[in-house]
Design a protein around this ligand. Structure first.
Ligand code: 5RP
Length: 225
């Protein structure tokens, strides 16, 4: 199974959801980099983009797509992004690229959140991929302790300062059986900026790249898959 081929297939299929004149919300990561390549082929049809990270902004601009400031928007027509893991209830973990806070903001602002993943991201229980948490630096020891109490093994992500000036810890070995309540619980800890659990706001449409096809999940029709 060629993961990159499946990522690319999902990324290009996302073009069907981009309407002329739209300002497109763009996520972060390797799958999204394929999406940016695809988007550049229709750049004359869109108005521009808002981006969840410095890395995506640079790539969008390189491809000749204008990037606007998120601050100037109250809502977005569409946001396209990937995920690190997804369970069958469409709860996700995200943040492998350290852009989780802006990703969550864009997802919340979007009328349509389109998630593009390859099928290797589908899991029974979230937590095999370490759960990223963006925190303000002085809360480091406290949040470490709280994560150990929750049964995880936190690790500081070395040499990473987020676009918001914070740090990331990755929590290993969590078996996230109730993603909605864990998202609430971790988000409520003082010092946490964002946890990379996307369970309260799931994607509206999910495109899963498979070996030879695309699977489309529309969450208005499917409560699980
Ligand atoms: C970045 C993210 C990405 O969507 C996630 O890490 C998936 O990345 P990739 O497409 O490289 O597998 O949340 O913060």
């Amino acid at each position: 199974m060629n993961v990159n081929k499946m990522k690319k297939r999902a990324a290009w299929a996302a073009l069907d959801y981009i309407h002329p004149g739209t300002v497109v919300g763009v996520g972060t990561g390797t799958t999204v980099f394929y999406f940016i390549e695809a988007l550049s082929t229709i750049k004359h049809l869109i108005s521009g983009a808002v981006s969840s990270s410095h890395a995506s902004t640079v790539l969008l601009q390189k491809k000749g797509i204008e990037v606007f400031n998120i601050k100037d928007f109250r809502s977005l027509t569409i946001y396209v992004d990937s995920a690190d893991e997804m369970n069958r209830f469409m709860h996700m973990t995200k943040g492998g690229g350290a852009a989780l806070t802006r990703e969550k903001i864009l997802a919340a602002m979007a009328k349509k959140f389109l998630c593009i993943i390859d099928k290797s991201k589908i899991v029974d229980i979230l937590g095999q991929f370490p759960l990223p948490i963006e925190i303000v630096p002085i809360a480091f020891s406290y949040i470490f302790e709280e994560m150990i109490k929750m049964g995880g093994q936190p690790k500081y992500r070395k040499n990473v300062i987020t676009d918001n000036g914070n740090i990331i810890i990755d929590v290993y070995n969590l078996h996230i059986k109730d993603p909605i309540s864990m998202e609430k619980k971790i988000n409520a800890l003082p010092g946490v900026v964002t946890v990379g659990l996307f369970a309260a706001r799931i994607a509206d449409v999910i495109l899963i790249g498979e070996e030879n096809s695309i699977k489309t999940i529309n969450n208005k029709q499917n409560k699980s898959f």
